[in-house]
Design a protein around this ligand. Structure first.
Ligand code: G5P
Ligand code: MG
Length: 225
């Protein structure tokens, strides 16, 4: 199989985390990192970066590039993922052209690049209800939805039994700000990856409609000559 280095792009609540879990279940050898999960872990650990992140996240604003870039690139490096043979997927990073350029520069000396970017195109009209019903298990990043994929025991993570929580940014008000930021940064980021020739788009109102399309793209990349 070919290495796969994939970025999932999509509006808040479009299902990046959900599609990541589905892909990880399908392919044993694929691993993932979510910039949002890394930041929420920093908040939970009460670090200096966590204090900064909490403020930006609660307001629905993107953190300055340098903070997130440093955090994610360190994570990739400590997992020994900066290699041309590595296979992984990223959720939520890069989110700006500056972050995309930093990732590219970091990978280049290792003979590695991102080889696929997939935009999850979900109508905004279906998203708000999803995130108002979302509960998360912060240590693992697992996400639940009270109607789509409820936990087996109310308020508890399926795997650890630990309590679930609401994200501070999952309110109608903050969601508006997150969506506006997404719209603003999406076009230049898409233009950047379109120029390199690795941008794809999958569309649908539900994650179950999107997943088979995503799976087909990923399978094609993993097995191409
Ligand atoms: P995050 O953590 O990257 P967002 O805003 O990009 O957050 P989010 O909200 O995590 O994205 P998602 O992962 O795309 O959304 O969606 P999801 O969790 O899988 O699905 C949403 C809900 O819908 C879940 O409850 C799920 O169960 C349910 N669901 C899924 N599919 C369906 C379906 O078909 N039907 C139904 N009914 N429900 C469904 O970033 C957070 C913040 O961190 C900072 C920023 O402040 C950002 O706002 N940050 C960064 N800042 C700068 N640069 C970066 N690179 C940053 N990364 C994070
Ligand atoms: Mg997410």
């Amino acid at each position: 199989m070919n290495p796969l280095r994939l970025l999932l792009l999509g509006a808040p609540g479009s299902g990046k985390g959900t599609q990541t879990s589905k892909l990880l279940k399908h392919f044993d050898h694929v691993k993932s990192v979510s910039s949002g999960d890394l930041l929420r872990q920093q908040i939970r650990l009460n670090t200096d970066l966590g204090h900064i992140a909490a403020k930006y996240i609660a307001e629905g604003k993107l953190l300055p590039d340098s903070f997130v870039t440093g955090l994610v690139l360190n994570e990739l490096s400590s997992r020994r993922w900066l290699s041309s043979k590595s296979t992984w997927l990223l959720d939520g990073f890069p989110r700006t052209v500056s972050q995309a350029k930093s990732l590219r520069s970091e990978l280049k000396p290792h003979g590695a690049t991102l080889n696929m970017v997939v935009e999850l195109d979900v109508p905004e009209s279906v998203i708000l209800e999803r995130i108002e019903n979302r509960y998360v298990h912060v240590p693992s990043g697992r996400v639940y939805n009270l109607t789509y994929n409820p936990p087996k025991v109310a308020g508890r993570d399926d795997v650890t039994g630990e309590p679930l929580s609401k994200r501070s940014d999952d309110t109608a008000e903050v969601f508006g700000a997150r969506l506006a930021n997404y719209r603003e940064t999406l076009s230049p980021l898409k233009a950047f990856y379109s120029k390199i020739g690795i941008l794809h788009k999958v569309s649908g109102e539900t994650s179950d409609i999107i997943f088979p399309q995503l799976l087909e793209l990923v399978q094609r990349e993993l097995t191409k000559n």
